[in-house]
Design a protein around this ligand. Sequence first.
Ligand code: AMP
Ligand code: MG
Length: 344
Amino acid sequence: MDTKVYYIDNDAVINEAAYLIKKGETVVFPTETVYGLGANALDEKACEKIFMAKGRPQDNPLIVHVDNKDISKFVKSIPENVKILIDRFWPGPLTIILEKKDIIPDSITGGLKSVAIRMPESTIARKLIKASGVPIAAPSANLSGKPSPTTIDHCIRDLSGRVSMIIGGVECRCGLESTVVEAGETSVTILRPGEVTKEMIEDLGIKVDIDPTIMESLGDVVPKSPGMKYKHYAPDSDMTIVTGDLNKVIDYINNEAKKIALEGKRVGIIATNETLGEYHNGTVLSIGSRGNLNEVASKLFDVLREFDKIGVDYILSEGFIDEGVGLAIMNRLKKAAGHKVIKL
Ligand code: AMP
Ligand code: MG
């Protein structure tokens, strides 16, 4: 298939993209989290094309993107908790799971009775939804299993020839996928951590639980969010995260990197601005400043993809605290590393 690519996102481009969405085709577009691979959420055939293009398992449900806080057309009821969340965090990087109405096809929810729904902050995304006149189902615009795309070039590399159009030249502000919550009457459960943190939701007086599968390898426990059970964010090379006292982490990584280099293998190190100069072997990339975890979040997938481009055999990464947005950073790093973590 020919893929039209526009590095701009003016109204003419958005209208052309909206025309394709209305016709049942697929369009890749930027959001504030990561780039999305979109199709008309009410059109099963169109959404099938999303699963095909990504190689996504059919039981991994899609997030429905809307341009309006009124979602009563799509979900059966909206608990008080959810009204508060919508008021505070929409438009923004928070996805809410609610019982779906029949208008949402079963095939996009992986057969579940619930639907994941979000109003993005990105004006391009919202303009596209508005111009299309339909909600847009859009998972991250990467091949299944690969790191999510935060630039148009990431999308082109994964999906050129597999979708009808790719638009947008902007980098994604958050760089990590949205926080996903399942909402109960009296509390919410975070199924996937993101920029909207546990602490931010608790500040609204809402009780927050965290799905236990977020931080540990799964074992026999099945995560509530079907997508969380699949291999995710994986760079081409093996990866290990090293956590603990920062000086010890630096020493450990230096020793391991030396051993790997002596074996004639190529090693990549994920460092931070503060530690960049401390490493003596391999290719060292900074993921941002330890003092600015939002910066680390926004660079994470780009750094993983950069190591794929450079071509290394092994990646050693520094770890981060798992509080605030650090919880989302460590969740993605641990998945990328297949949960190989050295605690010092
Ligand atoms: P992505 O679209 O790639 O950002 O992935 C969407 C995430 O939301 C996946 O982890 C899905 O499993 C999760 N998700 C979507 N719909 C539901 C749902 N109805 N119930 C639980 N998790 C969901
Ligand atoms: Mg994804």
